[in-house]
Ligand binder design. Sequence first.
Ligand code: ZN
Ligand code: ZN
Length: 414
Amino acid sequence: MVKETEYYDLNPVPADAPENDIKRAYRKLALKYHPDKNPGNAEAAEMFKNISHAYEVLSDEEKRKRYDQYGKKGLEEGGGGGGFHDASDIFSMFFGGGRRERGEPKPKDIVHELNVSLEEMYSGKTKKIAVTRDRLCSSCDGRGTKPGAEKNACRECRGQGVQIRMQQLFPGMVQQVQVRCNACAGEGVQVKPSDLCQGCNGKSIVKERKILEIVIEIGQKKGDHKRFTGEGDQHPSMKLSGDVLIFIQQKPHDLFRRIGTHLLVNHKITLQEALCGFELPIEHLDKRMIVIKVPAGQVIDPNFAWTVYREGMPLPNTGGGERGNLVIHFDVAFPETLPSAQIDQIAAALGAATSFERVAGGQKADLKPYTAKPKARGAKQRQQRQMMHDDDDDEEGHSHGGGGGGQGVQCQQQ
Ligand SMILES: [Zn+2]
Ligand SMILES: [Zn+2]
């Protein structure tokens, strides 16, 4: 029995979850709440910090044991201090970066998502993405001043970079606080305006747009990422350049749904087709036309899924040599009513009696078509959409109802 579950609830996984599940959960949530995806959203930033810290503890065998036994308090008391790494560093390390050579500081990763179509994941494609990054100004090499500029100690703060201010806590009680000097932006030096670099207005860095080329490999999937080392932000106080991290997202497809390496198609057929056979042409993701042949005599039971082997998504690193399956689910459209002449014909064809056995006694109960109330129907559609969405999260398992789900779901049985 664990003492507290807060860290488990955050990510959210059960307290006995294996390491892989914790990783998977963190991967999904960290992407969702990453500050680059939620600019100016303080709530998301806080969540990002919390889940990262929870992950930092749960992914470390030693820390997790201590947390399970003694809770958060145990972490603070247990040696090594309760100190956490910066959430962005935890995120970067998780996605294979952030390895600081000799503790060299590095600007935070720039995180982007790239929408990729299923066709592009099937056949492979090189795509371009534009990122805006901070780079050291090339006219002044990041110094911010013209060559030979005089740098004098800031007069406002006497070169300290900070100023002491008095702050009244309540009448009669004044507190001294240190604030960053506005005159020199905390630098401690002042430069004549005429000596400032004109390329960057003295800021040392400029915004720069950079086009990155991303190779979508055959069989790539949603959630895969590419790291561009050194292509991110630069800062005059840091020797290393930051990285750009691109995450692949999948655009929804009109026909196919991807489940892992398999492709799923829903197709509506008539009752006659279900009983008597048909041919179904399907344009595949590489524009090939494949024809599903259901011979006469093969009855399609809509309760089963049907498989075309090796017509699914290519397996990664096989160049398309290995593929998953194409799975087809048939919806059978039954006629709403039958004229009596047809009833006789069908009964005869099936070798059945034309009239059924009547039950004696009992209370008569009429069968009416079920109609959902409009509101409930909307709820059901929402729920179905939600389920489909969850299904698409192939390797990430089912969503644990992170955001706003749940409403309306219980109305479906009215
Ligand atoms: Zn100053
Ligand atoms: Zn400059």
